[in-house]
Design a protein around this ligand. Structure first.
Ligand code: PMP
Length: 286
């Protein structure tokens, strides 16, 4: 399954079959850790500085003292990409609280675990890229920001996994999570955009979405393309009646949405999607 994968663990490259994390690691026992997903194109990690900044901020926010500098992390990423067999791939950078006692107290853990995996990623079927993804709005609400700040990219994804299970059971491709007030936040591993009345809209992160790096890139590309954008609160109604809808994420890149809860988008892939996807494809390889 992972015959192409390469792994760097706690300071060195190790054969993936020998890359082991303890059953006492609090990342496993409690989801106590942070991560990043980074794509590389032509052996160049895309937006590496932004990913490392978010990673270090996530670690600080959970009081995880990493014994690695930003440069050390960059070097680990570079070493992993260099060892990978192809020019394009996906990196997973993970730091956990490390091995400790069974109790939850992080003071039980002596040293964080850090690893980087490079692998191929086929997250999205070619079919949904071409024909558009089918979405449902999940009954599972996103965790409120005062429970876990969505800017922390932590290992706690159970909430999103429950939403994804709802999508699977409904025969859909992806789920949108609402916040406690019933407004749109994001997908299970991606941000969401709609086009309404000639304007590109996406919920502001304060609604409860991750401040996605692809989201930020798409906002910049839209500005450069002269597309009017606003970050505004969205209700399910705004998705149901949109001209276009698409998802963004490092793994997802840009995915057009065909329907939400059975309501068809006016266009899929629509003209805004096509223009932004073309520009995105251009800059990741620039
Ligand atoms: N929201 C969630 C919950 C995610 O896991 C991701 C993927 N990292 C995104 C949004 C998209 O963020 P990015 O564009 O930085 O990959």
């Amino acid at each position: 399954m992972h015959e192409h994968a390469v792994c760097w663990l706690n300071g060195r490259l190790v054969p993936t079959g020998e890359a082991r994390i303890s059953v006492f690691d609090h990342g496993l026992l409690y989801g106590d850790g942070v991560f990043e997903g980074i794509r590389f194109y032509n052996r160049r990690p895309f937006k590496l500085a932004a990913h490392l900044e978010r990673f270090l901020d996530s670690a600080r926010a959970i009081a995880l003292d990493l014994p690695y500098s930003r440069d050390d992390l960059g070097a680990a990423v570079t070493e992993t990409v260099a060892a990978f067999a192809g020019p394009d791939g996906y990196l997973r950078l993970v730091a956990t609280r490390g091995e400790g006692a069974l109790g939850i107290d992080p003071r039980n853990c002596a040293r964080p675990s850090l690893f980087v995996i490079a692998d191929r990623l086929s997250m999205v079927a070619r079919e949904s890229r071409e024909q558009g993804a089918r979405l449902i709005i999940a009954a599972t609400r996103r965790l409120p920001p005062d429970g876990l700040d969505p800017r922390i990219k932590s290992l706690n994804y159970l909430n999103h996994i429950l939403a994804r299970i709802e999508a699977n059971q409904a025969g859909a491709d992806e789920a949108i999570l609402l916040n406690a007030a019933g407004r749109v936040t994001e997908g299970t591993a991606d941000n969401v955009f709609v086009v309404r009345h000639g304007r590109l809209l996406t919920p502001p992160p304060v609604e409860g979405a991750l401040a996605g790096i692809t989201r930020e890139t798409v906002l910049e590309l839209a500005l450069a393309a002269g597309i009017p954008v606003s970050e505004s609160a969205l209700a399910p109604y705004d998705l149901y009646t949109a001209d276009e809808c698409f998802l963004t994420g490092t793994g997802a890149e840009l995915i057009p949405v065909a329907e939400v809860d059975g309501r068809r988008m006016a266009a899929c892939p629509g003209p805004f999607y096509r223009e932004l996807a073309r520009r995105y494809e251009e800059i990741v390889r620039a």
